[in-house]
Design a protein around this ligand. Structure first.
Ligand code: SAH
Ligand code: F3S
Length: 429
């Protein structure tokens, strides 16, 4: 049996793409292995969102070339493939394939003819969904893409170039994938897309997908990511009131708390509008918690702009967030702005925001001690002595492994907490 190795970087869409590649190769008789040095096929599934992520790919490829089996085929898929195109072959001449995020289903061609150099970075849109073989089995959490690409054109972001403009998948195709996932092991459905709440197919919206999915008996939890603030429409907000299977957590990236910076980022909302959306969500579901992405050191960001970001962090009390130093990306408008912020200032601001965000996260985790949540089992930890669960707020909860078999969803009483995880005990009924 031929062996393959795959390593995935980046967002949930990339994780999904990695699962589809793995599924396609296994169906075609390949075996997945963890040690790259024994593989006959090596795939790096890449992320281009920040410069560091992009550069890391080429240093990793250099190392792979030096340690792989001489006859092994290797290449890249994903956003760096799309970003670098044929240039990747110039940088690493022995590379065998470079396939974009919408053309990786062509991978099998190189396996039939390893002597060619396979380059395909076309924006094929939704073609891959029709060509890839169906997933054999679902994890307990099934990630189901509803759309690809993004039309928002934030001035810092490379995604509209690497994944293209927004395309929503047909409603029936998504429901078919969801039913299949439910029938093959999924308990939780997470709808994904670069702009998931921008989903629009004929008259269907994301709320229609959620309502239909909630009717499936075996699906107990539903969530979606990543959302754009102005597309949090009332129908979607209202579902947090009416649909109990929708988890009480929403990732709603704000990026900056300064309306001036938001304008230069081409984020089409003001701070007031963002706060209004959060207020509506809290009325619909009082226990809802919000997470976010932040960029610090965007060109022209003053101390006062940054302080406004800190103010919003304190006001909203995000329970989990991702913060990044602004990174100039090729072809983006912001990379050409003349008032770039020095690295040391970016670093300081990142440290400040991170320490505050970590503090809120720890506080929230500690506030859960003594409470009981219905949690979803993710399986054993590395030692095999514990089981890992996810609370409805996506916190990881570690529980001593019981001797008896337990269900996938169980009530757990939280007994301890730190910044990154909880500990708990299964509540016996
Ligand atoms: N809506 C998308 C966002 C993709 S990028 C999705 O989640 O599918 C994820 C996050 O990376 C963004 O929200 C932003 O905070 C950050 N990001 C994007 N471009 C960046 C850049 N050039 N520098 C720093 N951070 C960036
Ligand atoms: Fe990027 Fe902005 Fe879209 S962050 S993915 S262009 S919403």
């Amino acid at each position: 049996m031929k062996k393959f190795f795959i390593q995935t970087f980046g967002c949930q869409m990339n994780v999904y793409d990695g699962q589809r590649i793995t599924n396609m190769l296994k169906i075609n008789g390949w075996q997945q292995i963890e040690d790259m040095r024994n593989a006959d096929l090596i795939i790096i599934n890449t992320c281009a969102i920040r410069e560091k992520a992009s550069n890391k790919v080429f240093s990793a490829l250099g190392r792979i070339r030096d340690s792989k089996k001489p006859e092994a085929i290797f290449g890249i898929v994903g956003c760096v493939a799309r970003e670098s195109g044929a240039d990747a072959f110039r940088r690493i001449p022995d590379l065998n394939f470079v396939l974009g995020p919408q053309s990786y289903h062509k991978l099998l061609e190189i396996l039939k003819n390893p002597d060619i150099k396979l380059l395909n970075i076309d924006l094929g849109g939704l073609e891959k969904f029709d060509e890839l073989p169906q997933m054999v089995k679902s994890d307990t959490v099934a990630y189901i893409p509803v759309q690809e690409g993004c039309n928002h054109g934030c001035t810092y972001c490379i995604v509209p170039f690497t994944r293209g403009r927004e395309l929503s998948r047909p409603f029936d195709d998504i429901i078919r994938d969801t039913i299949h996932a439910a029938a093959t092991g999924a308990i939780e459905i997470c709808f994904i897309g670069q702009n998931v709440n921008g989903y629009k197919f004929e008259n269907y919206k994301l709320s229609d997908l959620i309502i239909k999915t909630a009717k499936l008996d075996t699906i107990k939890r539903i969530r979606f990511t990543s959302s754009y603030p102005t597309e949090m429409t009332d129908d979607l907000i209202d579902l947090f009131r009416t649909e109990a299977k929708l988890l009480p957590l929403l990732h709603l990236p704000i990026q900056s708390g300064s309306s001036d910076v938001l304008t230069r980022m081409n984020r089409s909302y003001s701070l007031d509008l963002y706060i209004e959306i959060i207020d509506k969500l809290r009325v619909a579901r009082p226990e809802i918690k919000i997470s976010s992405d932040f960029i610090v050191g965007f060109p022209g960001e003053t101390d006062s702009d940054f302080n406004k970001t800190m103010d919003i962090v304190k006001k909203i009390k995000y329970i989990c967030s991702y913060s990044f130093k602004y990174s100039p990306r090729p072809r983006t408008v912001a990379a050409l702005m003349t008032d770039q912020i020095p690295e040391n200032v970016k670093r300081e601001r990142l440290k400040t925001i991170d320490s505050y965000l970590n503090g809120i996260q720890r506080e929230f985790n500690e506030s859960c001690i003594g409470k009981t949540f219905e949690c979803l089992c993710e399986g054993p930890d590395r030692t095999g002595k514990h089981l890992l669960f996810r609370t409805p707020y996506m916190q990881q909860c570690i529980v001593e492994k019981p001797s008896e078999k337990i269900l996938d969803l169980v009530n757990i009483k939280i007994t301890a907490a730190n910044k990154s995880s909880l500990r708990g005990e299964i509540v016996k009924i």
